[in-house]
Design a binder for this molecule. Sequence first.
Ligand code: SAM
Ligand code: SF4
Length: 329
Amino acid sequence: MLYDNHQRLINYVRLAVTDRCNLRCFYCMPEEGIDYVPKQELLSYEEMLRLVRLLASMGIEKLRITGGEPFVRRDMMDFLRNISQTPGLRQIHITTNGTTTASLVPELKVLGIRSINLSLDTLDEKRFWEITRRNEFKAVMDTFHALVEHGIDTKINAVVMEGKNIDDLVPMVELTERYPVSVRFIEEMPFNGEGSHYQVLNWHHRAILEHLQAHFPSLEKLPDPPNSTAYHYRVPGFKGNIGIIAAYTRTFCGSCNRIRITPQGMLKTCLYDSGVFNVRDLMRAEASDAQIRDTFLEALGNRAKDGWEAEKNRNFGIPVGESMSTIGG
Ligand code: SAM
Ligand code: SF4
């Protein structure tokens, strides 16, 4: 089992397989996109397989594939078929924008993908276009229905954005009346690729909860699973549930069990740090598994205690502002 220097169990890795994306969600990327990493700088599939096998041998049990949009990377399904055979890895999850995922759902089910997080910030087609700057609402809804139909555990990720989708919060809760899905409202973070953010975040987790309680007075608290980043609720009688994620307020760092690998192979021991070491460079310098393992252990022995400390320690004080598509959420 892997522990960090604050005695937190580390058993979960989030692997961003690409920084490329076919949407331009305004909270994640500027309209003109970002400078994508040249292909040869991305971790290759072989490198990712080696890395995941190594991490699984060290105690990582849960893998999330994210991006960018994972399914815009060519041969993604071949990679999933390979990675699903990794000894020791108990759970594979995927975060996707759902634009090209619907037809893949039957095979994702066969591969045993444990859950899919589908990003969907609105149920209104026009607002979808305003938020993502692309006309893909119908494709995403097709994915939603395919996931429900195939009985894959589905979480809807909805970023709560002042002035953009507040009118969607109640309809999104109503979605849980008919469907057994978890709708998770996420505080907007400053990772929009432009370095700008609200001076004050008005739609923080308490404000979101108050808004929901005003519309659903019977909303009840559910127990939160260990290491959960979400506070869970449900409306009695509804099939699904609600999560609220204090991603900006950072209330969950004390039980954080996850690390992140960026598309270029940078290890982030916190979402808010600027990267600790590059595992791709080690591999390409022909480091042995034992050397890579030791480098991970050293990094986990120096982990910031929370996201505020990690942000303060960022290299050269660079403010948080990169695109979330280079991190994976
Ligand atoms: N493209 C895939 C998708 O959108 O699901 C996976 C990558 S995306 C970067 C992962 C998650 O990060 C998405 O659920 C997205 O909503 C969330 N995200 C992106 N930028 C964010 C921001 N500035 N604040 C909060 N969440 C953000
Ligand atoms: Fe693409 Fe996901 Fe970022 Fe939207 S949130 S631009 S879908 S990477």
